[in-house]
Design a protein around this ligand. Structure first.
Ligand code: 9B3
Ligand code: ZN
Ligand code: ZN
Length: 411
């Protein structure tokens, strides 16, 4: 059944330890061939000496790839040998389950189901939830934002923005948005933190910013990252929405080649999904005090800049906020989140929504990278959703409550 020590009948995800620049070249090369999918880092150009690389390799290419690794003295471990099984686990019982049970939030949901959920949630909580259409995707799917409000009416309330699902394959991200909305609605007037948050701020939640890509990960390719827009002069599909914002757009850390995972698009906000979010934030920039974008994986609390090695003027303040949040996550969930300015903590990358929002004037701007820490990568089993969401929720509350204090005197 097994031909040779490393061969497998399954697709695998390998963890490869790169230690030299020459090895980095080799792995960059491998990762752009053999039908592999780079899981971490996001793009071959982020692979340097001393990088741990996570690479999805289809079964029929495993022999070739592992031979190459061996030839160049690259050590690797098999991170996952059961990707098909994990994908099956993530999509099991989806449509048949009741849509209101508690376990609803401990499963992943199809796009159709999420649209249904948005509608149902607005109906069930008419006093607290308003749904707004902020635009539509490339394939004309609606982009709905839920506005959560507590019962204390105020004329010009401050606000928080949270978007999930910029990247299609990061399924824990939309799951978190659903989790967060449900938690907020259930615990308003029961949990002090959430009550204070909703009394001081409106919270805008965009559960799936990239619905076309998300749909595609359910039907065709679980590892898809970008949106699904077509390019005129290329057969490759999709723009990386987190490279399409107007923040040092398409400089180092993004690509102008439509076939790449970090393709920046034709021009800033060329993609309807990015444009819709940018338009909404531009028209709410005076009220929105806190911007939050949810991604996975890697467990990090990041803040601007990503698009430059420069420190933002309130770097120290932002650093304190993520440090405190990470400390709480460590204390309550015994989990280590990395934290810091993006360019130094993850990689230099332009065109991201958080940097753009910061430059717009939203000076509390963050990207969360949720679990997994590498064991399952994008294929985090449903049984681990609750832990991933609870710790992110704790970090979110910690930061939001601080921002509420800090912006108190302002309108
Ligand atoms: C990238 C950028 Cl460009 C940003 N501004 N903030 C965070 C990131 C990291 C995510 C990405 O888009 O690569 C991680 Se999936
Ligand atoms: Zn992402
Ligand atoms: Zn990520």
């Amino acid at each position: 059944m097994f031909a040779g020590d490393c061969a497998s009948t399954h697709d695998q995800v390998l963890s490869i330890q790169v230690t030299t620049h020459q090895q980095a070249d080799i792995v960059r090369n491998i990762s752009s061939q053999y039908e592999t999918v780079l899981w971490s880092p996001t793009s071959p150009e982020y692979i340097g000496a001393h990088t741990e690389v996570h690479l999805f390799v289809p079964a029929n290419k495993l022999g070739t790839v592992t031979d190459l690794l061996q030839t160049h003295h690259l050590t690797h471990q098999v991170l996952l040998d059961n990707t098909a099984e994990l994908i099956e686990m993530q999509t099991r019982n989806e449509s048949s389950d009741p849509r209101s049970s508690a376990s609803y939030y401990e499963r992943y949901h199809s796009l159709e189901d999420i649209y249904y959920w948005i509608n149902k949630t607005a109906q069930d909580y008419p006093d607290m939830v308003k749904v707004t259409l902020i635009g539509s995707s490339y394939e004309k799917r609606p982009l709905y934002v839920l506005k959560l409000s507590g019962q204390q009416e105020r004329a010009e309330k401050r606000a928080i923005w949270i978007d999930c699902g910029i990247h299609a394959r990061e399924w824990i991200s939309p799951a978190f948005c659903l989790w967060f909305v449900q938690y907020s609605l259930n615990f308003y007037n029961l949990n002090n933190d959430i009550t204070e948050m909703l009394n001081s701020m409106d919270i805008y939640v965009l559960p799936v910013m990239n619905p076309d890509g998300y749909k595609y990960t359910w039907t065709t390719n679980r590892m898809w990252r970008k949106n699904r827009s077509l390019s005129k002069d290329s057969n490759c599909v999709g723009t990386d929405l987190n490279r399409n914002f107007d923040a040092n757009w398409c400089t180092k850390g993004a690509s102008n080649r439509p076939c790449d995972e970090i393709y920046c698009g034709k021009f800033p906000e060329s993609e309807p999904e990015a444009e819709a979010v940018a338009n909404f934030l531009r028209s709410h920039k005076d009220s929105v005090k806190l911007y939050l974008s949810i991604h996975s994986y890697g467990q990090m609390l990041l803040f601007p800049y990503s698009c430059s090695n420069e420190e933002v003027p309130n770097h120290a303040e932002l650093f304190e906020l993520v440090q405190e949040a990470a400390m709480k996550v460590k204390r309550y969930y015994r989990n280590n989140y990395k934290y810091g300015a993006s360019a130094k903590t993850i990689y230099l990358a332009p065109g991201g929504s958080d940097d753009w929002a910061y430059n717009l004037g939203i000076h509390y701007s963050f990207t969360f990278e949720l679990e997994d820490r590498g064991r399952y990568g994008f294929l985090l089993p449903p049984s681990l959703i609750s832990k991933a969401c609870n710790e992110a929720l704790l970090a979110l509350k910690s930061i939001a409550l601080r921002v509420i204090q800090k912006t108190q005197s302002q309108p």
